[in-house]
Design a protein around this ligand. Sequence first.
Ligand code: MG
Length: 389
Amino acid sequence: MTNPIQSDHQAEAASAAVNRRNLLRGAAAIAATAVTVKAASAATVTPFGETGVPTRSTERLPLGPLSGSRYPDSHLESLKKPKVSFGPSGFPAFAGTMAVERVATGFRWAEGPVYFPAGRYVLFSDIPNNRIMRYSEDDGHLSVFRQPSMNSNGNTIDREGRLITCEHSGRRVTRTELDGSITIIADKYNGKKLNSPNDAVVASDGSIWFTDPVYGIGGNYEGIKAAPEQEKHNVYRVDPKSGDVKVVVDDFVEPNGITFSPDEKKLYVIDTGFTDGPDNPSHIRVFDVDVGAGKVSNGKVFAEMPKPSITDGMRCDTDGRIWCSVGWGDPNEDGVRCYAPDGDLLGKIHIPETVANLCFGGTYRNRLYICGSTSLYAVYTSVQGAMKP
Ligand code: MG
């Protein structure tokens, strides 16, 4: 028979040994983590400023396919009836052998992705960390493209392959030339500073269209706190020849994401005014547009978001479908929505974080890159992004 006291002592000793082992294992794990982070930082990231330390490590949000993404991936939801007996089908953008992946993580707030086909990389803003990141899709390499970035937000690419960037703390829209120099495209209207340019799109005639809400000057976190000088939160167009900045629409509460239909006959603009009050809009508006004249008409609501969710950014595919972000509300709605040109909701991509913006990339412009809070996600689709630089 076992002596109960001895047994207790043995149990305590065993427990202490286990605790020591766990402690040592934990210390080793922490040390290993530190080495991993340090090595990764040394290899890929330039020194950070005060807010520059990644908030989350890859140990907390693992890279690769999301958990539960057995084919067909339940993160891809078709709202149309399946035409075949397997896969999410019914919605031709999704196939049974596609899965949502987390391809990079460790950001405070990722937004404004743009794909550069010549280099096969995605640039996107990490706004509070005041940097633009670069994700290379050939080998998954992640690095800092620019820091400080003037708290950049939306990025896009013009028809010559140059980067167009909206800057919160710069309160301007810039173009990065092919030699790396930076040209200011717009920083004033009517002699007063812009509020905080948020997102932009370039038309085929070279005109640059951008939105100017006040998000980047509300505090010192994602920009620099300042009083807005533009009373109205406008959508602007920059003339490709004269560089003149003109108002296109002036009745938004907070204009945000912006894109054209592939034929440039429609202009879509998001209003995230809901952030300023519950009775304000959380929707996408669509206009008939005369790109050369810089005029829009027949504005109407294209798609309402399920409040309190908002959509922040969007892109169009070659068939005119609108792909938009969703976040900030019901977590079940976090992700991406795809609408037909007539406003019919076709499908959803479920992402485990609030999503801000997205862009098409990949060799065939069929890979959707999605900025979701602290991470960059990617998923192949069967469609192609409309914009062709
Ligand atoms: Mg935005």
